[in-house]
Ligand binder design. Structure first.
Ligand SMILES: [Zn+2]
Length: 225
C-alpha cells in the first residue's frame, strides 16, 4: 500500500476508532459488536414448536437491548446508518450450523412486504435492506411477489388476537405463481407473535408451497426457544 495512504488510515483510525454500534466501546473492526453486547444480543436458535403453517423458525438475536435499538432506528427513524452493523451481525453468524440447517433445500426467499403507503413513507423495505445482500451471497433469490393488500396500523403494542384480526387476509400474491414442491424462506425483521409470517405462509401454501421457513432478525419469546 502507498505509505501516505497507510499513514492517513492510521490517523483516521486513531481519530475515529471503530466502535461497537450499541455501547460505543472501541472494537477491532468497523461495525463489529463488542464481546459484551454480542453476548447479550446474539441468540441463534430455533423456535421449539413453530406455529403452523410455519415449518421452521430461526432467530438470530433477542429483541432486546442493542438489537431492538438498532431495528427501531431503522424502522421508525429511517436511519440507514444502522444497516452496516445489522448486516455485519448476519455475516458473523452466517456459517453457523443452525443457518446451514435452515437454508438447506430452500428454493428462494421472500421478504414480508410493506403496504405501498408505508413503503412510500419510509422509502425502503427494512427487511429487504437487512437481508438482501446476504441472501445474494447465499445464492438465494429474493422474490417480491407478495403484497400487502391493505394498510394496517402499527402492531407493536397489540396482542395476538388483535393482530390476527387485523392481519387476516392482509397479504396476497401480486401474480399467479405456481409454488408446488417449493420450500420458501420468509425473512422478517422482528418476529413477535408470528402472525405476520403465518399470514404470508398461508398465501404461499395456498399457491402450493410445500414448506415455509422463517429467518427472523430478532425475536423475544423466551419460552418458545
Ligand atoms: Zn457493545
Amino acid at each position: 500500500m502507498n505509505p501516505l495512504r497507510e499513514l492517513w488510515e492510521a490517523v483516521i483510525y486513531f481519530l475515529f476508532p471503530p466502535r461497537c454500534p450499541v455501547c460505543r466501546e472501541i472494537v477491532d473492526e468497523r461495525y463489529q459488536l463488542c464481546p459484551a453486547c454480542e453476548e447479550k444480543i446474539l441468540r441463534v436458535d430455533f423456535y421449539k414448536q413453530p406455529p403452523p403453517p410455519l415449518d421452521k423458525v430461526l432467530r438470530l438475536t433477542r429483541y432486546r437491548g442493542g438489537s431492538r435499538d438498532l431495528l427501531r432506528k431503522l424502522k421508525f427513524d429511517n436511519n440507514l446508518g444502522v444497516l452496516p452493523p445489522l448486516r455485519r451481525i448476519l455475516d458473523d453468524v452466517s456459517g453457523r450450523e443452525e443457518i446451514l440447517q435452515l437454508l438447506k433445500g430452500v428454493d428462494f426467499a421472500v421478504a414480508v412486504p410493506l403496504h405501498q403507503g408505508r413503503f412510500k413513507e419510509r422509502g425502503f423495505n427494512q427487511t429487504e435492506e437487512i437481508f438482501g445482500e446476504w441472501l445474494a451471497k447465499k445464492n438465494l433469490p429474493l422474490r417480491n411477489f407478495l403484497i400487502r393488500t391493505r394498510a394496517t396500523p402499527r402492531l407493536y403494542n397489540l396482542g395476538k388476537a388483535e393482530r390476527e384480526k387485523i392481519l387476516g387476509g392482509a397479504f396476497a400474491a401480486a401474480e399467479q405463481v405456481d409454488l408446488h414442491g417449493k420450500t420458501i424462506l420468509i425473512v422478517d425483521d422482528i418476529f413477535t407473535t408470528g402472525t405476520t409470517c403465518k399470514e404470508c405462509a398461508n398465501v404461499l401454501k395456498s399457491l402450493g408451497a410445500e414448506k415455509i421457513f422463517v429467518l427472523a432478525f430478532a425475536a423475544d419469546f423466551r419460552e418458545n426457544f
